[in-house]
Design a protein. Sequence first.
Length: 107
Amino acid sequence: MRDIMGMMGKVKEMQAKMEKMQSEIADIRVEGKAGGGLVTVTVNGKGLMLGIKIDPSLFKEDDVEILEDLIVAANKDAQEKAEAIAAEKTRELTAGLPIPPGFKLPF
């Protein structure tokens, strides 16, 4: 019975740590760049786009498709960086726990 109580305590502790980590991840700000810095996108740790900066030289009528592609590329770059940071924080939190390979946290 002590093992169950101890395990329940550890679960509560892990839950509190996960909530704190999710809050920290949401507060992360990451910039993704495309076109050599002509387009910069800022996302939070959850991948939500918060802002975009576009170099004025791209505002030409015939470059609209290029600009659209650069925005998508910059957003993807920022999201990948945010996911890498979130994954590292999750690894730090779950170090030593017997979690199956490929199991993603937070849910």
